[in-house]
Design a protein around this ligand. Structure first.
Ligand SMILES: [Zn+2]
Ligand SMILES: [Zn+2]
Length: 330
């Protein structure tokens, strides 16, 4: 939902100002602090088992889900607002999805810290070494504009009780070991966006948020920025963690006793007191078409970390390599 706010002094449109905790009027420059973003109130963990009954559905506005006909992305918009461009592919063919059912609202938000100018600077620095970069930048004005969007992120807290077996080598002998340990997991993240999870590289960039800096959700922080609807539900997000969680916990086994490095670890885990937070987190995104293929570049709107897809054209590569070769004789 892209929230719209009117300026109290001139009636202009106010939007959230990245890097600051305020709304800024686009016409007269009037500023208003957003109280939730400067508060010391933490984002509280929610009980997973009772989420169906206790989750908030209050977006601070009338919310609707809008689906992009071209790429399938679902964004949340104000029910009163006319649908705009899809932030993932730039398409105008968006339509309201089936309005049945409530839309779970976030518990917390990580506001944009990185400005669009900063995002462009990070991007230009990143593309320096990519072969097609100068040609594409010159041809494609779209590459000089990044779009800010909030994407959904679930984080999980859970107490794990683990039983393990494994073997280690000592004096050329293989010895077996078994044991038990408890480990409390804090804010294990799952990106709930199928749009940004289709590529492993993008996923890794998106995940490194400092979740302890999240603030209580407020619709004001969305003024001027659309928000993607989660396409991976809470249960699906938790269930999807199986392999990643097992990998993480197996690493914990060897942190219990670093003198005996265990191999072939088998692990059994019981989970207790599962809690979650539903956060929306900031991403600067640029999607562009090249040779009829959609490429996406993302920048973490809190930390500035960048990753993305880039076309690799052999023709241009060969031309450039030849020029470089000639250049070395001049
Ligand atoms: Zn104003
Ligand atoms: Zn789209």
């Amino acid at each position: 939902m892209e929230q719209t706010r009117k300026c109290p002094s001139c009636g202009g449109t106010m939007i959230f100002q990245p890097g600051f905790n305020n709304l800024l009027c686009q016409s007269c420059g009037h500023k208003e602090i957003i109280p939730e973003l400067v508060s010391k109130i933490p984002v509280y963990e929610q009980d997973f088992l009772s989420a169906q009954n206790t989750a908030s559905h209050d977006w601070g506005m009338e919310a609707k889900v809008v689906t992009c006909k071209q790429c399938g992305a679902e964004t949340i918009q104000n029910r009163l607002q006319l649908s705009g461009l899809c932030p993932f592919c730039g398409s105008t063919t968006v339509e309201a999805a089936d309005p049945s059912g409530d839309i779970m609202a976030p518990n917390g938000i990580i506001p944009f810290k990185i400005t669009e100018n900063r995002a462009l600077y990070i991007f230009k620095d990143w593309i320096k070494d990519r072969f097609l970069a100068p040609e594409l930048l010159a041809q494609n004005a779209q590459l000089n504009k990044f779009y800010g969007i909030y994407v959904p992120l679930f984080t999980f807290d859970v107490l794990t009780v683990n039983r393990f077996t494994g073997h280690f080598t000592e004096n050329n002998r293989t010895l077996f070991k078994c044991g038990k340990f408890q480990h409390q997991i804090d804010d294990f993240p799952v990106v709930a966006s199928k749009q940004l999870c289709s590529d492993k590289l993008l996923l890794n960039v998106i995940k490194d948020y400092r979740t302890n800096e999240a603030k209580p959700y407020t619709a004001d922080a969305l003024a001027g920025f659309p928000c993607e609807h989660y396409s991976i539900g809470l249960n699906e997000a938790w269930n999807s963690l199986g392999q990643e969680m097992e990998f993480y916990l197996k690493n914990q086994v060897n942190k219990q006793d670093e003198t005996k490095y265990l191999m072939g670890i088998e692990l059994g885990t019981d989970y207790f007191d599962l809690k979650y937070k539903y956060l929306i987190v900031p991403v600067w995104i640029n999607s562009f078409f090249y040779d009829n293929k959609l490429y996406t570049i993302v920048i973490n709107g809190q930390t500035g970390k960048i990753d993305g897809q880039w076309p690799k054209s052999f023709g241009t590569f060969a031309k450039k390599a030849a020029l470089l070769f000639l250049g070395s004789f001049i």
